[in-house]
Design a protein around this ligand. Structure first.
Ligand code: NI
Length: 174
């Protein structure tokens, strides 16, 4: 286990007040707990922006479907990146607004690239990418062992087919 190191931080009082409010709302036992988690989150996020790690993610878009050509651009971009786009869920929110959740998988840098392209289209009101490690030991590992799955289809196949343990929910195996 790592050694615990203490360090002090200088903050504006109003910022500290807001931070304490955040700690209470998020039910952190101590400020240190909250800082640890925030630091971990920030470092993870930073690592993803600079690494070619395999990740899975969802891109949530809210947009106005009346916007000229937006629908076409969205569809074209996704067809241009079928190696990254696994699935899309569409919901008609109001007369004007659509919600689209795009499930992605691939190297983190590429996911961020396509996410930036998609949410940068005119008429997109909100675009948020959430990513999770998509490899075993994802917190640490840079590479994963090569399996028996052919490289070209490997990613998509693995994404679409759950592991055998999940395919047998009723199984009585111990
Ligand atoms: Ni719609």
């Amino acid at each position: 286990m790592s050694a615990i190191v203490r360090f002090s931080v200088s903050l504006e009082d109003d910022l500290l007040e807001r931070f304490d409010c955040y700690c209470r709302q998020e039910r952190f036992a101590t400020r240190s707990e909250a800082v640890r988690q925030l630091v971990r989150d920030a470092l993870t996020k930073h690592a993803w922006t600079s690494e070619s790690r395999e990740v899975a993610g969802t891109l949530t878009l809210v947009y106005d479907h009346h916007r000229p050509q937006l629908r076409d651009h969205l569809t074209r971009l996704q067809h241009d990146h079928t190696e990254l786009v696994i699935s899309t869920l569409h919901a008609h929110l109001t007369h004007d607004l659509c919600l689209e959740v795009i499930v992605l998988r691939g190297p983190s840098a590429k996911l961020q690239q396509i996410a930036a392209q998609l949410r940068g289209l005119k008429g997109i009101y909100k675009g948020e990418l959430v990513m999770a490690a998509a490899e075993d030991g994802g917190r640490k590992a840079q590479s994963r062992p090569k399996g028996g799955v052919r490289r070209a289809e490997g990613r998509r196949m693995k994404a679409l087919i759950p592991p055998p343990s999940e395919l047998r929910p009723g199984s009585s195996d111990p």
